[in-house]
Design a protein around this ligand. Sequence first.
Ligand SMILES: [Zn+2]
Length: 192
Amino acid sequence: MIARTHDVAAATALLAVLLSQPLHSVTLATAVMALVANQIGGIAPDIDQPTAPFWRNLPVAGIFGKIIGRSLGGHRFLSHSLVGLGLFGFLNYWLLNFLHPIMPRVDIGLVWWAFMIGMLSHLVMDSLTKEGVPWLLPIPIKFGFPPLRRLRITTGKKAEHFIVLPLLLVVAAWLFASNYTEISAFVDQFRS
Ligand SMILES: [Zn+2]
């Protein structure tokens, strides 16, 4: 999947989870941090791909990306598995606890979840592609959905641009529309 699809998928997943609980207790600082963490989580697994958007914006991108990519076992390896998800979850927990003293108004538990939801959405979305995802590493089998490989999507091709991405946007719009009252009440509390 391309980066844009991952961004939208991560945000849609976050929206779905956030809306399943009362929004009013979330502070603005938490909401902003959660969104940032969610978007980072949404592209984090591609840290193993030297050409990924994760690296493109950094000056030393090429070399650094290659080193990290190799140590994670190449594209769609460790960072695209449940073990990787746990590892990133641990690092994320450690980092957030380290940063908490400088951002006391942020609910780091929620920010942690936002990152994890973003990362999980990445693995789910990549499972729809022909390549599949090695969910159960160290068992070296790549899983995909549907199980029949030829029914899956090729990254960056028409099906992704014209079916998957629009579908995600429809789901996001539907979530917004069906929770409009709650969302506008949430936004209003920051106006005053
Ligand atoms: Zn990926």
